[in-house]
Ligand binder design. Structure first.
Ligand SMILES: Cc1cc2nc3c(=O)[nH]c(=O)nc-3n(C[C@H](O)[C@H](O)[C@H](O)COP(=O)(O)OP(=O)(O)OC[C@H]3O[C@@H](n4cnc5c(N)ncnc54)[C@H](O)[C@@H]3O)c2cc1C
Length: 418
């Protein structure tokens, strides 16, 4: 019987990465406490931390730039059926995933984000069929959609829409069934001694563990639990939900759209096919007008930004985008929601030690599709103290703090420079 006052591992944060880490630790026989708040019912009076996963749909596909992250997603996806069966939670549905991007082929300075050849080779390496669509193919395949001139596509017909709230529920259900202790609280202090870590929560509870895994997402530096900040940048992202009365009348795939108009990048993000939200209504979700426009430094910045509900101007930009993309389609009311996102200078996830007993996991932009595998790797690394994967550990190390130049603004620079 496990001593309830001391655990093998404490996982801080119960979002996709923390929940997955906790369940893999439990699967591997460790005693685990996972501490993190549940989703708040509203955001307009918000205090405290927020998350990147409070939504109904995330893409799980192979059309992403870093091959490493796509491989992590592919490994995760292979276990989804098993996780659903174990937890009784269905968290995916099939979709076509279409990435539309400017045709920059042949350019010597072609940005990697627009490099169709690279994305196709990634998919090929992973054994996933992806079709390359030129401008005419795009028109033929989606006659009712209008993309900006000079744009081309990549189509994966067997992709998934993943509900990140339900993914977290599935992971936590499996973790608890495997013996993990789940506590709904926020950690305010993390102290490390020569043989343990102790953590204290907002409500005054405390726990001791041999090791800690910090999975606090984009808020990781802001919550101040580490002695030194790690190189990453945190943003408040805006999600726009546009109501559609009848989802069957909106014939569109789930999309990533990198639009360049008149040589200038003016949208780079997701246009998600209609999904049903907890209010019972159906919405097309758009996020990408201002994904990286609101850097946030500390928890009061985060809470203040969350209370705004997101950038109101994104609504007009979204309506203009949808009007151009789907002329003739009727849309209803639109509103914004706040979301957190972060990026690392390496452009890759972090899975590294901040100190002897504390491991940090971060994946800001693809952390729904890749969470389960990052959690598995974090669990193995924490329990064995060794890196045993075929991917080199170097890939997941923190960037040199002097190299804290974010990568994703490259998308914007690339867009602007096209
Ligand atoms: C608009 C948008 C679109 C996206 N699209 C995709 C997509 O299509 N596909 C994809 O795979 N990914 C996508 N992502 C990214 C994905 O949502 C994130 O990578 C993922 O949510 C990261 O999971 P996480 O567990 O690291 O962090 P989070 O989801 O932020 O969860 C962290 C958790 O830690 C908790 N926490 C914070 N501080 C503390 C503390 N002190 N004590 C205890 N708990 C704490 C938070 O409350 C939260 O529950 C998107 C993100 C955004 C914003």
């Amino acid at each position: 019987m496990h001593d309830q006052s001391r655990f093998d591992v404490a996982v801080l944060g119960a979002g996709p990465l923390g929940a997955a880490t906790a369940r893999h630790l439990a699967d591997q026989g460790a005693s685990v406490v996972v501490v993190g708040p549940d989703e708040p019912a509203r955001f307009d009076d918000h205090q405290g931390v927020w998350a990147g996963y409070y939504d109904q749909g995330r893409l799980a596909h192979v059309l992403e730039v870093p091959l490493v992250t796509t491989l992590l997603a592919t490994r995760s996806i292979r276990r989804f059926d098993d996780l659903s069966a174990r937890s009784g939670v269905v968290f995916t549905k099939p979709t076509e995933s279409l990435t539309v991007l400017p045709d920059t082929s042949g350019r010597r300075d072609e940005p990697e984000w627009f490099d169709r050849g690279r994305l196709l080779r990634n998919a090929e390496d992973l054994g996933v069929p992806v079709e390359s669509l030129d401008e005419d193919d795009l028109r033929r395949e989606y006659p009712h959609l209008r993309f900006a001139p000079g744009h081309v596509g990549l189509l994966q017909r067997d992709a998934l829409i993943l509900n990140p709230r339900e993914l977290v529920r599935a992971e936590l259900t499996a973790a608890v069934a495997g013996g993990a202790t789940l506590v709904r609280d926020e950690i305010t202090d993390l102290t490390e001694t020569s043989d343990a870590v102790s953590i204290t929560s907002k409500s005054g509870s405390s726990w001791v563990a041999d090791y800690a895994v910090l999975a606090t997402g984009a808020a990781t530096n802001a919550v101040g639990l580490l002695d030194r900040p790690i190189p990453m940048t945190t943003y408040g992202a805006t999600v726009v939900l546009v109501e559609v009365p009848d989802p069957d009348e909106v014939d569109m795939p789930a999309m990533m759209y990198m639009r360049v108009t008149g040589g200038e990048g003016d949208f780079g993000g997701i246009v998600m096919s209609p999904l049903r939200y907890p209010d019972g209504r159906w919405y097309v979700k758009v996020s990408g007008s201002s994904l990286l426009a609101n850097p946030l430094d500390n928890t009061s910045d985060i809470a203040a930004w969350v209370r705004t509900g997101g950038r109101a101007r994104d609504i007009d930009e979204t309506r203009a985008l949808l009007g151009e993309l789907m002329p003739g389609q009727t849309f209803g009311e639109a509103h914004t929601r706040p979301c957190m996102v972060c990026e690392t200078p390496t452009g890759l996830p972090y899975l590294d030690r901040a100190s002897e007993r504390v491991t940090v996991v971060i994946e800001g932009e693809r952390g729904a599709m890749a969470a389960d595998e990052i959690g598995r790797l974090a669990a193995e690394y924490t329990l064995t103290g060794r890196w045993r994967d075929g991917l080199p550990h170097e890939v997941f190390r923190f960037a040199d703090s002097s190299a804290a130049v974010p990568t994703s603004p490259e998308i914007q620079e690339a867009l602007l420079g096209s």
